[in-house]
Design a protein around this ligand. Structure first.
Ligand SMILES: Nc1ncnc2c1ncn2[C@@H]1O[C@H](COP(=O)(O)OP(=O)(O)OP(=O)(O)O)[C@@H](O)[C@H]1O
Ligand SMILES: O=C(O)c1ccc[n+]([C@@H]2O[C@H](COP(=O)([O-])O)[C@@H](O)[C@H]2O)c1
Length: 213
């Protein structure tokens, strides 16, 4: 598959910089395309997790998804930069440059390369529902604290999912979310708050529908 090939695109695949001790959210996604639901998660987690920075990691391709209608990485990065225009947000496609396929590779790399940063993995509740299908998901939970943001359709299923049950003893109260980034993993929080019903697949389906024949 082409997405496995290491790929360097100037201005797209660089790793952001940050200072020691910073609390950095890692928000991985396909962003195919980016939408206001993503922006909501970014805004809420920046505030609730008390983050100094949030890195949006535009994946070369989710290993559990079909990539037939995946837009080029550079286009997804550019669109994400346009929509998530915030001084603390950096958007990068750096995983492609390293040939990373799985999130555990990204997280292992970052936590080893920058051991003095406080990284937090961020994902929507739908991803917690399927988290137990991710490659080395228990290792991910052992490497970084994780924040899960509520999402319509998954709000009830996520907290009783296989991964949530397996990691239950390390869940912290959302009132303590500001501490999450500085806690030793495993630690995770389930954040409730404003919700958006938007999804990239619905946007793609609408675009298909209005395409001229
Ligand atoms: N409306 C939303 N509310 C909360 N989290 C969301 C929302 N949309 C996406 N996310 C989260 O943002 C991250 C990136 O999501 P992704 O780019 O796959 O968008 P998506 O809308 O879920 O796409 P698709 O419909 O193609 O699966 C994931 O962790 C996902 O759970
Ligand atoms: O590592 C895995 O096995 C794995 C399985 C599914 C999804 N992910 C990652 O989860 C993030 C969210 O993916 P997505 O497609 O829901 O936006 C993105 O960074 C993916 O690469 C990772």
């Amino acid at each position: 598959m082409t997405y496995r090939q290491p790929l360097r695109i100037p201005g797209i695949t660089e790793l952001p910089t940050s200072g020691a001790g910073m609390r950095i959210g890692l928000f991985g996604g396909s962003f195919n395309p980016i939408h206001q639901g993503h922006r909501l998660v970014v805004e809420e987690t920046l505030r609730r997790l008390y983050l100094d920075a949030l890195w949006v990691l535009v994946t070369p391709g989710n290993p559990l998804k079909n990539h037939d209608d995946l837009a080029p990485l550079a286009d997804r990065v550019t669109a994400a930069r346009d929509l998530l225009n915030h001084p603390k947000v950096r958007v990068t496609g750096f995983e492609a440059a390293h040939g990373f396929t799985y999130s555990w590779q990204t997280i292992a790399y970052l936590t080893q390369a920058m051991p003095d940063r406080n990284f937090v993995w961020i994902m929507g509740a739908d991803n917690l529902v399927h988290f137990s299908r991710w490659e080395r998901w228990r290792d991910i939970a052992a490497m970084v604290p994780m924040a899960v943001y509520v999402r319509p359709g998954s709000g009830r299923r996520a907290p009783v999912s296989m991964a949530a049950s397996a990691l239950a003893q390390w869940r912290i109260d959302e009132d303590d979310a500001t501490r999450l980034a500085t806690l030793e993993a495993p630690a995770w929080v389930y954040l409730h708050g404003r919700q958006s019903p938007l999804s990239s697949s619905a946007i793609r389906a609408r675009r298909q529908h209005v395409k001229p024949k």
